[in-house]
Design a protein around this ligand. Structure first.
Ligand code: GCU
Length: 590
């Protein structure tokens, strides 16, 4: 017993010592890959590989990056060059080995590089085995998409299409080998597809017009390699994938444990909102999330007839007149840049303190997602209650707690069920982040089409565990053009939408436009007339609160009614759509 106890105490001490050492010791991420990963000289800027910028996504005081990726190599030739062997002396126990191959393996132009699909796993496994024999932790990164589009306009994924599913082979190997799989391929495919060919060509890939960059006077046309902004996107997708590894279903707990230092070293991401002062059809850098210090490029490519004037920062100061504003860094807090175009509205400062009473600040602008990447967005500055639409199929409910305002809207569980709200915004002509507070107690993601001011956004509402658990989903970049704007929510599947509590915007001044605010009360011939034709609930009570009348009228002859009452002070109230729009004190003389 005594011996046993000593042993376990000793064991605990040893474990603690190991933990302490791991925590305080920095580790290195060795990055192995090809030209899409490699580090480039400044003389070819902005060409960049993700291995060059991924360091800013990790806590620099803890993590070193050793980028040994080199152009033209496949999983085979990096190894046969002796480059993996050369790494051995640099790798310490607890380091990570990130391995991305596929571009040259699939490269049909060169037999020397090429690795047929059925040998890809064989070569990749050499990296896994070496890493593990060095007590390092391997991470497989699937190759990001190439800028390839089918003639019908849909994006191709050259690493999954028929006969060349390099991504699939890598995923299968990772699962069999209990190794982290960072699916850069799928992440990049989803976003690039959404952003579209024109945008990704000029804003992500190594593709420049004449005169864009001094290092590329003749321009460049390349759908394989990346400019800095594209490699930062690749690094962001990688960071997002890493952050979700701890909840992966295929990794053993032992492997997840080994990945924890990597996951813990990820830095928080802050939103850099890119707005325009008018709605333009040219291209503008997308709003995105960046860790502090990540390189940032702001760019516009105006359509013909649109004139770009300058970039304004969050305080509306002019910071650059260049269409491509680069060499800046993400500040490590949410910020806003506005692309100012000729003929647009004045710049709106990003952080105006909330003052008006019907504008509630969100409780927090920090969202800790299911993963460990913390997303920090601009604050949602005004909210409206969604419990009572102007019209719609569904019910206003209060049976699940945690809602705000008067309840929540439970939309009918049917394909195409809708609700309509007339909203008003005092901030016309601006982009904003839209927030929707919802609960989805089912086990499936429910999707809706949200149409605000004529622009439709597809919004997915993941399960929130219970109907009384409320979460907020953000739509990053909505355009608000008109002062009065209709909002329509529509379910896109038979299961209907989630329960919707409230909708907010990152600008001040969002309110429900109420039809009753426009009611005029005309006092005529000792009666009250109401300018809208709907019946009005009239309440009449005395100063002690005794109610003498509670009835619907379309016009109310108060003199007539009051003749039956004793002299004194009375109050008349008009209520429509559950809101008091009219209250008046009347005195009946003796
Ligand atoms: C449950 C829940 C409702 C919800 C509904 C749904 O009935 O109580 O609040 O709207 O499921 O599936 O949409």
């Amino acid at each position: 017993m005594y011996i046993k106890k000593t042993f376990s105490t000793l064991f605990i001490l040893l474990v603690m010592a190991t933990v302490a050492i791991t925590d305080s010791t920095s580790f290195t991420i060795h990055v192995i890959g090809d030209s899409t990963v490699a580090t480039y000289k400044s003389s070819v800027y902005p060409q960049t590989g993700w291995g060059q910028v991924v360091g800013s996504f990790f806590n620099e005081s803890q993590v070193l990056i050793n980028n040994v990726a080199i152009g033209g190599r496949s999983s085979k030739t990096f190894f046969t060059d002796g480059r993996l062997a050369a790494l051995k002396s640099q790798v310490k126990p607890g380091d990570y080995l990130f391995v991305q191959f596929g571009h040259n393996d699939r490269y049909f132009g060169s037999n020397a590089r090429q690795v047929p699909l059925d040998s890809f796993a064989y070569f990749l496994k050499i990296y896994l085995d070496s890493a593990r024999s060095w007590n390092a932790i391997p991470v497989l990164v699937s190759p990001m998409v190439m800028n390839a589009w089918a003639s019908n306009g849909t994006m191709r994924n050259v690493f999954t299409e028929n006969g060349s599913d390099y991504r699939g082979v890598m995923e299968k190997l990772a699962k069999e080998q209990d190794v982290a799989f960072v699916d850069l391929n799928m992440r990049s495919f989803e976003d690039c597809k959404k952003w579209g060919q024109t945008y990704i060509s000029s804003f992500l890939y190594h593709h420049y017009d004449v005169g864009d960059y001094p290092n590329w006077p003749q321009g460049s046309s390349d759908g394989t390699h990346f400019q800095e902004n594209g490699s930062v996107s690749n690094a962001r997708w990688i960071a997002n994938e890493i952050s979700s590894l701890s909840s992966s279903t295929y990794l053993s707990n032992a492997t997840k444990q080994k990945l924890l230092p990597l996951i813990d070293a990820l830095k928080p991401h802050y939103e850099v909102t890119v707005k325009t002062n008018k709605n333009v059809s040219g291209l503008v850098t997308k709003t995105a999330l960046f860790p502090a210090g990540a390189p940032l490029t702001l760019r516009v490519k105006p359509a013909s007839g649109e004139t770009f004037e300058y970039w304004a920062d969050a305080d509306c100061r002019q910071v650059s007149t260049s269409q491509i504003y680069y060499g800046i860094q993400a500040p490590g807090k949410p910020t806003t840049y506005t692309a100012m175009f000729k003929g647009g509205s004045a710049c709106v400062q990003a952080s105006v303190p909330s003052s008006s009473s019907n504008e509630v600040s969100s409780s927090s602008s920090v969202e800790v997602s299911s993963s460990s990447v913390i997303v920090i967005r601009p604050e949602i500055l005004s909210w409206v209650d969604m419990a009572n639409p102007d019209s719609g199929s569904g019910t206003t409910d209060v049976n699940h707690e945690g809602y705000t305002g008067e309840g929540f809207w439970n939309i009918e569980n049917a394909l195409g069920s809708k609700a309509f709200y007339q909203l008003e915004s005092k901030n016309a002509s601006t982009n904003a982040v839209m927030a929707i507070r919802y609960a989805n107690g089912s086990t499936e993601t429910r999707s809706m089409k949200v149409t605000l001011d004529g622009w439709t956004y597809s919004v997915a509402f993941p399960p929130t565990e219970t109907w009384a658990t409320w979460d907020t989903i953000f739509v990053e970049d909505v355009w608000i053009d008109a002062v009065s704007m209709p909002l329509v929510i529509e379910s896109t599947s038979e299961t209907g939408g989630p329960n919707i509590d409230a909708l907010g915007l990152s600008v001040l001044g969002l309110t429900r436009e109420s039809s009753i605010t426009s009611i005029e009360v005309i006092s005529k011939n000792k009666s009250l007339l109401f300018s809208n034709n709907n019946p009005v609930q009239i309440l009449l009570f005395d100063a002690l609160g005794t109610c003498f009348l509670n009835q619907q009228f379309s016009s109310f002859e108060y003199e007539n009614f009051m003749s039956s009452l004793a002299p004194g002070v009375y109050y008349i109230k008009g209520i429509q759509e559950e809101k008091t729009f009219f209250e008046q004190r009347v005195t009946k003389k003796k």
